[in-house]
Design a protein around this ligand. Sequence first.
Ligand code: LFR
Length: 477
Amino acid sequence: PATTTHAAVDLGASSGRVVLGRVGPDSLVFHEAARFSNGVVPMPDGLHWNLVGLYEQALAGLGAAVRETHGELASVAIDSWAVDYGLLHGADPHRMQLLGTPFHYRDERTAAGVEKVHGRVSFAELYRRNGLQFLAFNTLYQLAQEGLAPHADRLLLVPDLLGYWLTGEQLTEVTNASTTGLLDVHTKVWDTELISTLGLEPDLFAPVAAPGATLGRTRSELAPLLGGHRLPVTLVGSHDTASAIVGTPLSTPDAAYISCGTWGLVGLELTTPVVTDASRAANFTNEGGVDGRTRFLTNVMGTWLLSETLRTWEREEGRAQDLVGLLDAAAQVNPAAVVVFDVQDERFVAPGDMPARIAQLCAEQDSPIPAGRAELVRSIVESIAHGFAAALQTAGDLADRRIDVVHMVGGGSLNALLCQATADRSGYPVVAGPVEATAIGNLLIQARTAGTLSGSLEDLRELIRRTHSPITYRPQS
Ligand code: LFR
């Protein structure tokens, strides 16, 4: 059967990649055509992303992908983290100028924005309209704080902004739009009443479109960089978590998932949102999934705690840390003897000295401070797993599902200690993999849009099941 080749541009908080995939009804093979680093850029006015740099790297990666495939690329699609955006100015929609350097959601400027928004619309009313969990960095709070530049004519979320730079065309992909707080949770269109109440112009936002739509072809000016081609750019679940859930081979109707990278997104895929007082109180979100599904989940602090801890030690010692070695040492520590702390503490959101913050938290709760690195790493892993287990329990209760298995995908699925701890603390078997769920979800929707694949998300996941073997961790204690 015919296969097609697609390039997934997948931008994560610590790196971006261009993944090249060949997809057919019986095959799904892919590899990284390019990888580049990403991260927090501290500037005098706060923390930013280097989006222009990411665009340049993505373009170079696409150029490499074109050369490698001799121009056989059927399409390209972009996904990234959510909520962040660029503001644009200009009368001609095809030639708009970026205003300023986009902010990083971990910048602490948003607290004042939360107060401003909740002063106008209570959180209960917001939740009723947008179904979104409270995160201080949600787009609507960032906008309230920022006070829009007077000449901002358009807001584009990160993947849509890169798509615009590639094609000159503007759309807002719906799964990511659901993380702004400005989309109606039921109808999935912009909530213009809410937008106006918050003092914003509804036409700041580009029209909403769903995965499977075509954005356009790469601009003719870019052809020299892309082997003379103008590549079709299509929409997939442009929120990385939406693509990750497409790429999760959910094995039973009540299977839960943890998409674990910097964040652990813990929850269930539902066909309709759950917008109740209980789900609001538990801070569960109803983010938009591909094919109109609902991603009913909550954000748990993920491997960020571990990577920031390693970065702290790296700064102290001036040399790279060995994560694998540290995890091996941590595996020797008795899990019953280490302190479990609340990974959801707000103080962990901003970059910085995590060991010091953890010590502070332990002191506050009169717990012993982990002694030594192996013990601290084990304490972090057990605390994350504890957070995952609690979120799984709540997800099942709120959605009235009897969870029977948990799929762990993303980078965290390679962390055997974390997978086992999650199984032990939740009591559910944890099925780990694929690591590359996000890129897979991106590629599968492109292939379906191209007509190479067909069917529902279940049909697409069947292909993952046939081509990838997961590792199962059974609860042991
Ligand atoms: C994961 C993720 C989460 C979102 C956070 C911030 O990469 O997209 O889903 O809450 O990043 O955008």
